[in-house]
Design a protein around this ligand. Structure first.
Ligand code: VGL
Ligand code: ZN
Length: 194
């Protein structure tokens, strides 16, 4: 069981309708199953005085992130739509970082990347963590092989002690085995997959 304290933050990645509802635009198989696990972690973290921070994938209607504009993904998490909203069963109690708002690929909660130029920019997430003196992060949410993986790799690169709670994530598995490969990649980068 993961322990929380005031120097640990729980990062809840993209538990949004489009990923976690069977009617969502980019439904992650069994995505809804993470919600009770994630809620339990949120409650444990809050009890320990740990920061809980949420990310939201938040795209404009047209972006090269979407297949309709040359990307790979079906339309999902368009700003201010039902699909972009948090799943109604998720406990939301902490700051929210939105990524992709300017049409960028926003896989990591820490950085966004211009799909045309490849240029990367930081979101406000690392500042939020630094302000609180956070040295360890626990990451849960959707999807393991994209946003959770990218967020965890960036956290480890930023010298944070980084854990991913596997039971609190699910993979898109665009190609079979992506979730499993993500776990291997995370472990190789020094991330503890619990
Ligand atoms: C995600 C694909 C496209 C994710 C976001 O949240 O993992 N995956 N956009
Ligand atoms: Zn997206």
């Amino acid at each position: 069981m993961i322990r929380y304290d005031s120097k640990t933050a729980l990062i809840v990645v993209d538990v949004q309708n489009d990923f976690a509802d069977t009617d969502g635009g980019l439904y992650v198989p069994s995505g809804e199953d993470v919600i009770p696990v994630v809620n339990r972690e949120i409650e444990r973290a809050r009890q320990a005085g740990a920061l809980v921070v949420y990310t939201q994938d938040w795209h404009p209607e047209r972006t090269p992130h979407f297949a309709t504009d040359g990307g790979v993904w079906p339309v999902h998490c368009v700003a201010d739509t039902w699909g972009a909203g948090f799943h109604p069963d998720l406990i939301v109690d902490g700051p929210v970082v939105r990524k992709g708002t300017g049409g960028e690929d926003g896989y990591s909660g820490f950085t966004i990347r211009d799909p045309a130029t490849g240029e990367e920019r930081a979101t406000e997430l690392s500042g939020l963590l630094r302000q609180r003196g956070v040295t360890s992060v626990v990451i849960v949410g959707l999807a393991l092989d994209y946003c959770v993986k990218a967020t965890a790799l960036d956290a480890a690169r930023a010298q944070l002690r980084t854990s991913v709670l596997a039971d609190g994530t699910r993979a898109v598995d665009l190609r079979q085995g992506d979730g499993e490969r993500a776990r291997v990649e995370l472990a190789a980068a020094g991330v503890t997959v619990v």
